[in-house]
Design a protein around this ligand. Structure first.
Ligand SMILES: Nc1ncnc2c1ncn2[C@@H]1O[C@H](COP(=O)(O)OP(=O)(O)OP(=O)(O)O)[C@@H](O)[C@H]1O
Ligand SMILES: [Mg+2]
Length: 355
């Protein structure tokens, strides 16, 4: 039995909105699982049901072998970082951080030492006497995180805890959080709609859309083997290159163009969408089609060159030192070994994953 088990969990709001539709999810002890999905897909609702802050319409939540579906939040050993910090406005930063340790039998001296340590790690030591309204949004968010980190619950639930931080701070906090989680080995359910953050943190990424799980796996698998068009588009920045067309006797033809190439995988004749990540588009004099350079985005370790082609916009990843003057004509092709094929009617993947 897994440490946390959600079985057929549903939440339908009184107005009929199906926020979560029959969710099945199991998390092992010590695992860091990220729920990733667009706004409104049901991430917060799922977390709140796990915490006991929202009653499921049906289904069950089992934590550490116990059915806690109807247990109050206080009966679950959970630390929660809320999406909208929920700090106590009348308390100082220090009191906010001390609060979770009060009434749980931690001696006073140890409480103060823990709070001092967590505050220092989060860069809050200079503002312990301030009230939440005297803090920036990012500071408030760090206090909210600190409040979860002073305790060592069996399960951490974190709802977009880094959303208010700037990019540099966010990267730093990701590392910090992951280090803390590895140290405590607390199972963690972490919510974000930022796919880079998800990749950086997760043992497992669970991609959700409209209250359903679309894919669940290690970050590398979700990225390179998307099982649906939604995941192909949503995961990865820039997203996967996708070309619409038709398959006939094993040959792909991009719709409305002369571009065609032999498909490496057998697919039924009919409409198909072929996809390749920017790093799987090869610049090659023998390539299947030509694109004109319209944008050259340098991002440090590499550059993303945007091409306008008869089959639409294609983004190619090349090395940082490759020059890509605007207007240049490049011949390119999708690497057949990394090709993803989708059925445009269902949005599902047609060819099997490589592993
Ligand atoms: N208390 C509520 N009453 C009615 N509908 C709600 C309530 N809370 C959320 N919803 C709806 O349920 C759906 C899921 O909302 P939820 O807050 O879980 O999304 P989310 O994935 O956390 O989104 P975001 O990324 O914007 O935080 C949405 O359609 C939302 O409008
Ligand atoms: Mg939310």
């Amino acid at each position: 039995m897994s440490f946390l088990e959600l079985q057929s969990l549903r939440k339908t709001w009184p107005d009929g909105t199906q926020a979560v539709k029959s969710l099945d999810l199991a998390i092992e002890a010590g695992q860091f699982v990220v729920l990733l999905g667009p706004s409104g897909c049901g991430k917060t609702t799922t977390l709140r049901m796990v915490a006991g802050l929202e009653q499921p319409s049906s289904g069950s939540v089992r934590l550490n072998s116990q059915d806690v579906t109807h247990a109050p939040p206080s009966a679950r050993d959970i630390g929660f970082v809320f999406q909208f910090h929920a700090l106590y406005p009348h308390m100082s930063v220090e009191q906010n951080l001390l609060f979770p340790l009060e009434n749980v039998g931690v001696p006073k001296a140890e409480r103060r030492a823990t709070v001092a340590r967590v505050a220092a790690a989060l860069g809050l030591d200079g503002m312990l006497r301030r009230r939440p309204r005297e803090l920036s949004g990012g500071d408030q968010q760090r206090v909210a995180l600190g409040r979860a980190l002073v305790r060592k619950p069996a399960l951490w639930l974190m709802d977009e805890p880094l959303g208010m931080l700037d990019a540099g701070e966010r990267a730093h906090m990701c590392e910090f959080l992951r280090a803390k989680q590895l140290e405590h080995r607390a199972a963690t359910m972490y919510v974000t709609h930022d796919q880079e953050e998800a990749m950086r943190l997760a043992d497992r990424v669970v991609v959700m859309d409209r209250g359903e799980v679309l894919q669940d796996g290690p970050p590398g698998m979700v990225y390179s083997e998307p099982q649906s068009l939604f995941v192909a588009r949503f995961v990865g920045s820039p997203g996967m290159n996708l070309i619409e067309g038709d398959a006939r006797a094993g040959v792909f033809q991009a719709r409305g163009t002369n571009i065609q190439w032999a498909l490496p995988h057998p697919v039924p004749d009919g409409p198909v969408i072929v996809g390749a990540r920017p790093e799987n588009v090869r610049v090659d004099a023998e390539g299947a089609f030509t694109g004109r350079v319209v944008l050259d985005a340098f991002v440090g370790p590499c550059r993303y060159v945007h091409l306008d082609s008869p089959a639409g916009r294609i983004v190619v990843r090349v090395s940082a030192d490759q020059s890509a003057p605007s207007g240049g004509q490049w011949r390119v092709e999708f690497d057949p070994r990394a090709l993803c094929l989708f059925d445009p009617r269902t949005g599902r993947r047609l060819n099997e994953s490589r592993s």
